[in-house]
Each structure stands twice: as C-alpha cells, then as structure tokens.
Design a protein around this ligand. Sequence first.
Ligand SMILES: [Zn+2]
Length: 263
Amino acid sequence: MDAALKSLSYPTADGNLPEGVRDLNGMRNDNAPTLVPAPVSAAPVSAAPLPVRPVEVAPQPPSAQRVPDEIALGRPSREEAEAAVRTLLRWAGDDPTREGLIDTPARVVKAYDQLFGGYRQDADALLERVFEEVEGYSDVVLVRDIPFYSHCEHHMVPFMGLAHIAYYPTKGVVGLSKLARVVDTFARRLQTQETMTAQIADVIESILKPRGVAVMVEAEHLCMAMRGVQKAGVSTITTQFKGVFKADPNEQVRFLTLVRNKG
Ligand SMILES: [Zn+2]
C-alpha cells in the first residue's frame, strides 16, 4: 500500500476508539446474530449475500439544508411540544400523570434538542471555518469508523453505525474531528441512510473541492430490528463516489480495501 497514505481512525478523547465502535458487532447485544462483513469489491452494488444490502446512492440536491423560515418561525413552544409527548404517551396506552412519567415529556423535549441538533448546524460553515493548509500532501486522506446515531425519517426510530470518508485534497486538509462533526450534523436530523451518505459527500465536494471523495455508511436500523420484519443484525451499506472515485473503479477498490483493512 502507498507509503504516503494517510489512514486514520476517528479517535475519542483518550485517543482510542470506544469499546464497541470498532465494528458494528459491538453495537448490538450479545444475543444478536453476527454481522456478515460487507464484500470488498470494485462493484459494491453487485449481488451480495444477505443480510448485507448494498445501495448505490442516487444523486441528491446540495447538502446545505437549513431549517426553512416557515418552520423556524412557526416552531411550537416547549409547552406545546411537551403536550404532544403526553398525547403520544396516552396513545401508547400509558398514563402521563403517573409518577414515573410526570417529567418524561420535559426530558423528551430536552433530548430532542441534542438528538435533532443538526437542524441548527451548518455543515458548509463547519468545513470553511476550520480549513487548514497542509503543504504538499495530495494523496488520499481516509477517516474511518466515525460512529454516528441518527433517526429514520419514516418511523423516527434510531439507526446507527459507522461512516468512512476518503478524499484527495487539492487545497489542504481539514482537521479530523471536523469530518466527524459533519457526519454528526447530518445524522442529527431525520434521515434516510442514502440521503445522509449523499449529503456528506456533497458538502465535502463543494467546500473542499477535492479531486475525489468517497463515503461509505454502514448502519443497523432499529426500525427493521424492532418492528416490521424484526430482523436484528442486518447491516445496510451505502456508498457515494465523486470525482476520481467515481471515474476510476480502481480508486473504489482502494477505498473499500482501506476501509476493511483494519490493521
Ligand atoms: Zn424506519
């Protein structure tokens, strides 16, 4: 492999990946079936053994989605939001006035501020602000195993997993943690995995202007595990390639190999 290659894993504060985020197996309980590893191949869209479901993402509109004015201006009050939670508690069949649930609506509304904080963040600005020149480095930069937690826009149920990002810098290299924050920005909205994958690639392409960008997201969707087909341990993989990664299948192989070679 290329000696100049910069391959990085997203670190925690102590420099190590937290227990259980190394791979998706660590994210499930011990009773869950073993994850079937994704195939490393030039054609991630080709038929793969179930339960892995590779999806090549269709092009998406630009990623700089901000909260539309009519939504921002018409935002309900905290009291209204808490009342809505009480309605859902009654809908579920419980009594919002019982002791254990009295403070739940307030907690849920507060949690939403964090879980959906991405609506108030601008991924473009994030990358623009922290741009750092790194003279002379033009080979691939790979940041892998970025853990994320999101919610599916269909059921508002969590899906979570790992994002891997590679790009060929032209103007310089952004700080490691900034790519992780870009992932967080999009993850903390109601999402589909396909859209999120495309948004991450779009914003990196439009702000950093790299020669190419590759994004892979692998995730488990609790709405599949907990409801509907009730299949636990299914990993969904989405990829988005731009620039040289799109034009050259060898670059896709290199990316997929680097993501899987967890030395
Ligand atoms: Zn869902």
